[in-house]
Design a protein around this ligand. Sequence first.
Ligand SMILES: [Zn+2]
Ligand SMILES: [Zn+2]
Length: 343
Amino acid sequence: MKGVVYLGDSEVEVREFPQPEPGPGQIVIESKVAGLCGSDLHKYHCSRAWAQERNGMISGHEPTGIVAAVGPHVEWPSIGDRVCVYHRLGCGHCAPCRSGYAAFCDVGSGAFGRTQDGSHADYMLADARYCLPLPEEVSFAVGTQLACTAGTSFAALCKIPSHSGDTLVVFGLGPVGLSGLLLGMGMGYRGIGVDTHPYRVEQARKVGKGLVIDAAKDNPIEAIRDATGGKGVGGVLECSGNPDAQRQAATVASRGATIVYVGGGGSPDLSVDFADVLQKDLTIRSNSVFSMASYSDEVEFLLRHPIPLDEIITHRFKLEQAVEAFSLFDSGASGKVIFEWEQ
Ligand SMILES: [Zn+2]
Ligand SMILES: [Zn+2]
């Protein structure tokens, strides 16, 4: 089978690997769709020395596919089942692991594509306990988003007390932010998106159909004030990690609003106007990844609400085109980029 390996300094290579065999408690999935993610780009940009230390480990952590082989002592899933695989790995025994948060494992959390072979391959080996059922009605292309980006944005949205009819602002309209905007609108919010990248602004306008502010041209504080009659918004998702947006999130919030900080990678300090927080009685929260239970809630939500998450995907590549796929995704001129196999 084929798999993608980081070479360092923004290079990847497709290599030939032996097909994995499932051990006790393990399954092998035949890949159907595997997304590229912002965190894959961090690894893509790493040094050659870093890449060499990975010793040929396969990239990718947004796996979906069909179970192709099942090892001993696996009760579920079975061969032929459609599955999504939770992307973080833990000991399986500590309290966070037992509550579906392997991402916060007490012993130390790993991840596909970081601590073991990932999803950018024709077949992927996984412990059966990380498999999540993917119903027929939810496409593999949506499933790959539930495995990471849309899984994160859904969990973040669930931290905002429901204000159906209220306004939600999402700063940063990459795959996490744009899925958050669409899911929020599906939950009943009026959605407003903010970004500075022309490609992302245009894509959000096309897919989201709500108000999308190009913060490179217009002042988002004024635009949001105008759009809400001076009231501000009841919910904010900050997905950009940009210090200006982090500060603006509190400025555009209405009295009693909740802000959820999702985007990282910027300054280590969070700077907001404390008068905003205090005088408007704001709730400030953050969200990192999601639990397996949250995945189930999101699938249930999607079965009842048609959300156009498929439309976040702008580019579909064969695994053999990995060099082109990574380079295009790295340029920023794309929405969600995926590897796709025959279905
Ligand atoms: Zn991801
Ligand atoms: Zn654990």
